[in-house]
Design a protein around this ligand. Sequence first.
Ligand code: FES
Length: 87
Amino acid sequence: PFKLILTRSGLEIQVESDQTALEAIEDAGVEIDMSCEMGVCGTCVTAVTCGIPDHRDTFLSAQEKAQNNQFTPCCSRALSDSLTLDL
Ligand code: FES
């Protein structure tokens, strides 16, 4: 499990091991665009302002992943205890 801090929404939510970050965000009532839910289309790409994502998509390039300033919440998780998102 890890925590998401949604700065624009003013919410802190927990992502349990059996759910995706996208599901946790939607459960919290925050709208987010998504399509494939498999890490291939890039529709859900969200800016990360703090924390280190565990990138599991095939959309972002290796260089983009290394910058740790965006991630795909439909499939990626967190290496840090929390991620701060521009949502
Ligand atoms: Fe397609 Fe996340 S919804 S990459």
